[in-house]
Design a protein. Structure first.
Length: 88
């Protein structure tokens, strides 16, 4: 889902469920973080490696930089499904 949203943002300039920062500015102490193209490239490459294994299974070797976004993706997708967004 993260990769699909990233591609949608690149092609359309926005994504369906993103926070509307222009309409509702976050508090002044809110930290959005910073976007890292290098990190997103690593996540995209990891997705390309994992995608074929999702149906057949198999071993994958990852470093800590790859494990963290993979864990985040799983947690974010579980929350997405739990909130009922996955049924729309």
């Amino acid at each position: 889902m993260l990769i699909k949203l990233y591609v949608a943002r690149q092609t359309k300039g926005g994504i369906r469920y993103e926070y509307p920062f222009r309409i509702y500015p976050p508090p002044s102490d809110f930290d959005r973080g910073t976007f890292s193209q290098e990190m997103m490239d690593k996540v995209s490459a990891l997705w390309k490696r994992l995608r074929p294994k999702s149906k057949t299974g198999g071993r994958v070797q990852m470093d800590t930089v790859e494990i963290r976004p993979a864990i985040f993706a799983v947690r974010a997708y579980e929350d997405y499904l739990r909130e009922g967004m996955g049924t729309r």
